[in-house]
Design a binder for this molecule. Structure first.
Ligand code: G3H
Ligand code: ZN
Length: 277
């Protein structure tokens, strides 16, 4: 199946009443496991790659790999730039065929965040591609990016931010964290308030480690997308780490790579089923 436009994927989720998972990829094994997981469950979502990960693989390498792995699939998947950090990254991803974009200017003061998002929204909408923006800062670690800042989304800023940026999805900071080192503590009354104000669907980052019943509860509050990164990365690393622990002489990379794809697929299937139970 061809990559699906992000707006089409959002419509699909609304029609089906499902929460879309966004799985972060890093390499071939993760990408393959994610696509197999989407295909076997028959429920769509996003393959995402963050700006920081683009230092390892270019947008074109990622897009080409995803497109060829999807040649024989039938489940709708969009290719998403996660935590887009620069206009250059956004442009390179759209040129490579990405179908959904996030711009993360949440580290900037409110007014500058608006200006940066607005600039990228104008560019992406020209190509018919939706933009996710972030308001508030999410604490934790993602790839080589560590954020100490924990600024929850201020509900008083939500309406103005959406109106002035014209963003299509809003990533919120409500006690969710990136990575596995901190414990998430979701503030549902804040989510409730934001959801009653927001005219666009919401996104929850830092899915790894959030109990699934809480994700399902958040789904009732206009949540359309939930991001998973560390969970799958651990499945990959553990495959190789476990084999090395058992045999310091291990060198069968082919078998372990296949096993890692199988393990990642298993996590993807479990997450897709849990969040949409
Ligand atoms: O943008 C990606 C995510 O928010 C992933 O967070 O590694 O905590 O699942 P996570
Ligand atoms: Zn994130």
């Amino acid at each position: 199946m061809k990559l699906v436009n992000g707006f089409t994927l959002m419509d699909y989720a609304k029609k089906k009443g499902i929460l879309l998972p966004a799985f972060n990829t890093t390499n071939y094994e993760l990408t393959s496991g994610i696509i197999k997981g989407f295909e076997s469950t028959g429920l769509g979502g996003y393959i995402a790659i963050s700006s920081s990960n683009l230092k390892l693989s270019s947008p074109k390498i990622i897009a080409d790999m995803v497109k060829s792995l999807m040649a024989d699939t039938t489940t709708p998947v969009s290719l998403h730039l996660d935590h887009g950090k620069s206009f250059e990254d956004v442009k390179a991803c759209i040129d490579a065929g990405f179908t959904s974009i996030m711009v993360d200017a949440s580290h900037l003061p409110f007014e500058e965040n608006i200006q940066e998002v607005r600039r990228i929204v104008e560019y992406c909408h020209f190509y018919g591609i939706p933009v996710e923006a972030e308001l508030g800062a999410i604490q934790g670690k993602e790839d080589d990016h560590v954020s100490e800042e924990d600024a929850k989304t201020n509900p008083d800023d939500v309406a103005e931010f959406i109106e002035r940026t014209d963003c299509d999805l809003l990533a919120v900071s409500i006690g969710n964290v990136h990575g596995m080192d901190l414990t998430p503590n979701l503030d549902f009354s804040l989510l409730d308030e934001i959801s009653s104000i927001s005219s666009v669907p919401l996104v929850l980052h830092g899915g790894s480690g959030i109990p699934f019943d809480q994700v399902r509860k958040a789904k009732e509050k206009n949540l359309i997308k939930v991001n998973y990164g560390s969970d799958l990365r651990q499945a990959f690393i553990r495959t190789f780490g476990g084999a090395y622990e058992q045999n310091h002489n291990e060198f069968d990379l082919m078998s372990l790579s296949k096993e890692s794809i199988f393990n990642i697929q298993g996590r993807v299937e479990a997450i897709i089923k849990e969040i949409n139970m």
